[in-house]
Design a binder for this molecule. Structure first.
Ligand code: CUA
Length: 336
């Protein structure tokens, strides 16, 4: 009785996966739609093969079983050696199937990895770090982290964003299922992908290549906004940090402790590159690469003990007193 149950579970497992990751099947960009179509094509072909092979197997098991009550027949059935037509058929059929699948997939992949068609298209340099994302907008001269903001793209006149993917340490993979397929970020190599969202909204993604202890907490958040809102966002990001004198105590801690060695705050004497750029920290909705909501409590917890939320994080525990944490948070909260 245990075997039928196990087989039923195996047969149903794809349904469980589909229920857990529905985003692939609800695309919001032409590339993601194409990937879904390719998935369905492969699924149709493999389902057909499964039904043919499984059906034949079931039929033969039933057709040539020992009839009930008949004496057991242990004699050897007639042996057949070689058949050229069958050999040719079962070599040719899989070759053709693989060839057709390769051609359609390669055609799509080449289109999705293409160079930006014209000057003036938006380019973003995305760098994978253990365990966060750096997003640089070279033409606008600023860098942000973990939350990528892009303008929506009209389906009739598409304006995709072109990502230049790099890694600062190990292999990561950029995957936002509703918008595009996965592309790896490989050390000492530059990969490309294009990203497009036909509707405004927040699209969640994640690192899709195991990259160390906090791989699971290397989340991506793509916010697509109207082109007008995007322009406003860019202008806001281009400003340097405006810091009030009232948070001088926290500012001093940031510069005196090692914070400034790892983080950049434009307009302040903090030019570190190892950690995320914090110039407009409070314009982001999350911290620690999508792990915590960006608010006063979580910022204080994060500064007190980063290992609590993200064990193994490269953000060190600075062993600050509660007063220092409060002053530091007061300072960070002004980085809007
Ligand atoms: Cu980065 Cu997994």
């Amino acid at each position: 009785m245990r075997w039928p149950l196990a087989l039923a579970l195996v047969a149903l497992s794809p349904l469980v996966l589909v229920a857990q990751t529905p985003e692939m099947f609800d695309p919001a960009s032409p590339d993601a739609i194409e990937i879904r179509e390719l998935f369905y094509l492969v699924l149709a072909i493999t389902t057909l093969i499964f039904v043919l092979v499984g059906g034949a197997l079931a039929y033969f098991i039933y057709r040539f079983r020992d009839p009930p009550g008949a004496p057991r027949d242990d004699s050897e059935p007639p042996q057949i050696y070689g058949s050229q037509p069958i050999e040719i058929a079962w070599t040719l059929a899989p070759t053709l199937i693989v060839l057709v699948l390769s051609l359609v997939v390669i055609r799509s992949v080449i289109a999705m990895r293409s160079e930006p068609p014209t000057e003036g298209t938006l380019r973003v340099r995305a760098v994978g770090h253990q365990w966060w994302w750096e997003f640089e907008y070279p033409e606008f001269g600023f860098t942000t982290a973990n939350e990528l903001v892009i303008p929506t793209s009209d389906a009739d006149a598409p304006t995709p964003v072109y990502l230049q993917l790099e890694s600062a340490d190990v292999i990561h993979s950029f995957w936002v299922p509703k918008l595009a397929g996965k592309t790896d970020l490989v050390p000492a190599k530059t990969n490309r992908m294009r990203l497009e969202a036909n509707a405004a909204g927040i699209y969640e993604g994640r690192c899709a290549e195991y990259c160390g202890t906090q791989h699971a907490k290397m989340l991506i958040r793509v916010t697509a906004v109207s082109p007008a809102e995007f322009e406003k966002w860019v202008a806001d990001q281009q400003r340097s940090a405006a810091v009030a004198a009232s948070v001088d105590a926290g500012r001093q801690i940031f510069m005196d402790q090692a914070c400034a060695n790892c983080h950049t705050i434009r307009g302040e004497p903090a030019i570190g590159k190892f950690g995320p750029d914090l110039t407009h920290l409070m314009s982001r909705h999350t911290i620690a690469s999508g792990v915590l909501e960006n608010n006063r409590t979580n910022l204080a917890d994060w500064l007190t003990d980063p290992d609590q939320a993200k064990p193994g994080s490269r953000m060190p525990n600075m062993r600050l007193s509660p007063t220092e944490v409060k002053q530091l948070v007061d300072y960070l909260m002004t980085l809007e």
